[in-house]
Design a protein around this ligand. Structure first.
Ligand code: PBG
Length: 325
């Protein structure tokens, strides 16, 4: 054929492919989510998330040895409380499950980045991310408790607090609470564009946080909207977010890309429980190759523009990346 350009020339072998590769996944990009519970010597499996467990604090310490050895820079902590009530009291109790875990982790692994998910849904008996008044999630009262929760996490030693509730104005409320109490150095990773997604299904089993009535569409975003995500991100940056997040990741790569183009703050993407479960389930059936599918998914998230990827595949990916190098 008489053609001048033959793109296949640059795909001939590993060396040349390595040379022209545009996106490289790195273990330093990854954050591993962790579920922590009360009790001792307990490790519970989660049916819809094979390979992921809920740990009591003592068992978590063993798990963290591995995570640190693998070079994963940080974890994102979710708590399963002893009790749930209408106002999510354990979320902001200084001896709550997350607070106790953070203290223990920071004592033993001072250099591991500890990020805490700040929300009420695991702690409320109705399962919503805030306080319910007359059947409606009350924004301002909820934001106040979110700020209180973030402050108690900072007091326990969290490096970064990550509000995931989607109440209006909560980033500003969290920043103010931290600053007024001497925690100017604690960063905020804002779940800025968090969609009302079916891909959180397995997480709700893991964290026992499914809403007991209704759904989360009055605070989480409509999956049909991308411009609205840019407004949410802008507001969070104006209110003091250090890092912004898009969640989920794979069905929202366009949103990740748009945020990356428009804003200059570090951008995180959350490769959520359902995205993990899909690959795990299909691979377990022999329908696709887990290693390749997971690395392809994570690489696509980075290619779209994410600097930080929160993923249940973090441990596997760290091992896989290490054997490639
Ligand atoms: C809490 C929260 C959720 C997730 C992270 N923080 C669940 C939800 O909003 O229903 C989902 C994480 C995942 O699916 O992996 N608000």
């Amino acid at each position: 054929m008489d053609i001048l350009y033959r793109p296949r020339r640059l795909r001939q072998n590993d060396a040349i492919r390595d040379l022209v590769r545009e996106t490289e996944l790195n273990v330093h990009d990854l954050i591993y989510p962790i579920f922590v519970m009360h009790g001792m010597n307990t490790q519970e499996g989660i049916q819809s998330m094979p390979g992921i467990y809920r740990y009591s604090v003592d068992r978590l310490m063993e798990e963290l040895e591995d995570i640190v050895k693998l070079g994963i820079p940080g974890i994102l902590i979710f708590g399963l409380p002893e009790y749930k009530d209408a106002v999510g009291s354990e979320a902001y109790a200084d001896d709550g499950v997350v607070q106790e875990a953070v203290k223990a982790i920071k004592r033993r692994f001072p250099t591991l980045l500890v990020i805490t998910d700040v929300c009420l849904c695991e702690y409320t008996d109705h399962g919503h991310c805030g306080i319910v008044k007359d059947g409606i999630v009350d924004n301002d009262a909820s934001a106040e408790l979110i700020a209180r929760t973030a402050l108690s996490h900072a007091r326990a030693g969290a490096d970064i607090v990550a509000p995931s509730d989607m109440m209006d104005g909560r980033i500003g409320a969290v920043r103010k609470a931290l600053d007024q109490n001497g925690y100017q150095h604690v960063s905020i990773m804002a779940y800025s564009a968090k969609y009302a997604s079916a891909f959180y299904g397995p997480f709700r089993e893991a964290a026992q946080s499914a809403p007991q009535f209704g759904d989360r569409r009055s605070y989480q975003m409509d999956p049909a909207n991308a411009r609205e995500a840019l407004r949410e991100v802008k507001l969070d940056i104006q209110e003091g977010a250090d890092i912004v997040m898009v969640k989920p990741a794979l069905s929202y790569l366009d949103v990740i890309h748009a945020v990356r183009q428009r804003f200059d703050v570090p951008l995180a993407a959350y490769n959520v429980s359902g995205e993990y479960a899909m690959i795990r389930a299909a691979s377990a059936n022999g329908w696709m190759d887990e290693h390749n599918a997971a690395l392809e998914a994570l690489t696509s998230i980075k290619r779209a523009g994410a600097d930080i990827i929160i993923t249940y595949f973090a441990k596997d990916a760290a091992k896989w990346l290490d054997t490639i190098l």
